[in-house]
Design a protein around this ligand. Structure first.
Ligand SMILES: [Zn+2]
Length: 441
């Protein structure tokens, strides 16, 4: 079944378990030479005589080959819009493991969407990747759906003046001549939209090596401002681990400060990308640091099966901001909730939280009503039960795919006596347009 919000994305007949991407990037000309080896299995029921991948039409495909049973055979391919169609020389039997090797090249262009351009973006002196939700095919061939997670090895070669960051653990960095090759390994499963490469004249500074390893990758002239702006983050991780369970990724957490102003920061796996405009002091930027960090649990470890359930990312991340505010001795979550409830009450109530439509999936009302839903749940079941729900939710679905119905089930199955009619609670908050009243504090 196709993904309901972006049915043009995703492909059938196989599943990819690992992406091995080898990229050579020339900053000055924005030229990307790519090699991708995708490890996959044919899913049947019948033999796979052709299949498609998502890849931007801005990338020219030079060669496709299939490796099956230790034989590498060239495959025919054709293009239509942002799809690459592959026709193996021999059909692949159901259940057969195989690898697809694709050589491609071009000047990456942003994928167009109702949210503006997405994916690989050339900066004044570097590049960034911000793909959510459908920008991944701008830079690599993939099966572009949030429920198709896989492991990754990402190798990028660029001129040695540039720092390259990508998802996962940095396993090597080799300089030869004027070029440096960086290799990162992402073992925990990752959705395509969270795969990311950042290229710039950056310095990497260590924020903390106690517990979760934390780095800030930043233009040298912003180092001291970045240290100040991110000073609270190590404490934030400790607080979130208490609420949400262990930080999910072995590679630690890297905040990249692109040498540019960005409208909003964006999360990737084990990484978030901010603009230099986000380094100013104040709650507005502190809450964004907390928001992006919390996506490592809600969005990256627990990823929606389809985009209708985006509140499971954004509502939880918005609530994490309020939890941090409360835990750090600032405004309480209840104060935030009551202020936002008043504001939302004055705005159009025409969204269904559990299916906001693709046009409104990143509408701030989805974020804030999602957070209000969690606060209403907390007020209903009490702090202790609420904390238990959060921790059970993240533990049960670690590195997996999630749906709204799974969350409702988890809460109702907990048998909390304070929730006699939990179905009606969720119906009012998740399925009904009208904003329900907040329970008393
Ligand atoms: Zn977010």
């Amino acid at each position: 079944m196709s993904e309901p919000y972006f049915p043009q994305r995703g492909n059938e007949g196989y599943r990819i378990t690992n992406y091995e991407l080898g990229l050579v990037y020339r900053v000055a000309t924005n030229r990307l030479d790519g090699g991708a080896v995708l490890t996959a299995t044919a899913t049947g029921p019948g033999p796979l005589d052709e299949f498609t991948l998502d890849l931007s039409q801005a990338m020219r495909v030079d060669r496709v080959a299939i490796e099956a049973g230790h034989r590498v055979v060239r495959a025919r391919h054709s293009r239509r819009a942002d799809k690459l169609r592959v026709i193996p020389a021999e059909p692949l039997a159901a259940g057969q493991a195989f690898k697809v090797e694709i050589r491609y090249t071009g000047a990456p262009k942003l994928m167009s969407s109702q949210f503006g351009g997405l994916g690989w973006e050339q900066l004044t002196d570097g590049a960034l990747v911000a793909s959510q939700p459908i920008g991944a095919p701008s830079w690599f061939p993939c099966d572009d759906r949030p429920d198709r997670k896989a492991s990754y090895t990402i190798t990028v070669t660029a001129e040695s003046a540039y720092h390259v960051a990508a998802n996962g653990v940095q396993v090597s960095r080799r300089t030869g001549g004027a070029q440096t090759t960086w290799t990162y390994r992402q073992d925990e499963p990752m959705a395509t939209y969270l795969a990311s490469v950042q290229v710039g004249k950056y310095r990497s500074i260590e924020l903390s090596n106690r517990g979760v390893r934390q780095n800030v990758v930043v233009p040298p002239r912003f180092v001291s401002r970045a240290k100040t702006a991110f000073a609270a983050q190590p404490r934030m991780i400790e607080v979130f681990e208490k609420f949400f369970g262990p930080y999910p990724f072995a590679g630690g957490y890297t905040a990249v400060i692109a040498d540019d102003d960005l409208e909003i920061p964006i999360e990737a796996q084990g990484m978030s990308i901010f603009g230099v405009n986000h380094l100013a002091a104040g709650w507005e930027n502190e809450r964004l640091i907390a928001h992006e960090l919390s996506h490592q649990w809600f969005g990256n470890s627990l990823t929606v099966v389809d985009w209708r359930d985006i509140w499971l990312h954004e509502g939880f991340a918005a609530y994490a901001e309020w939890l941090w505010s409360e835990a750090s001795g600032q405004r309480s979550a209840d104060e935030h909730a009551r202020r936002w409830h008043q504001r939302l009450a004055k705005r159009p109530q025409d969204l269904v939280l559990a299916d906001p439509t693709p046009q409104h999936m990143f509408d701030d009302r989805v974020y804030k009503r999602g957070a209000l839903t969690l606060h209403a749940l907390r007020l209903t079941v009490g702090d202790v039960a609420f904390l238990g729900i959060l921790r059970d939710w993240t533990a049960a679905n670690r590195h997996g795919g999630v749906r709204t119905e799974d969350f409702v089930k988890l809460v109702t199955a907990s048998g909390n006596p304070a929730m006699p009619r939990s179905d009606s609670f969720f119906e009012r908050w998740l399925e009904t347009r009208k904003l329900p009243p907040l329970p008393p504090a």
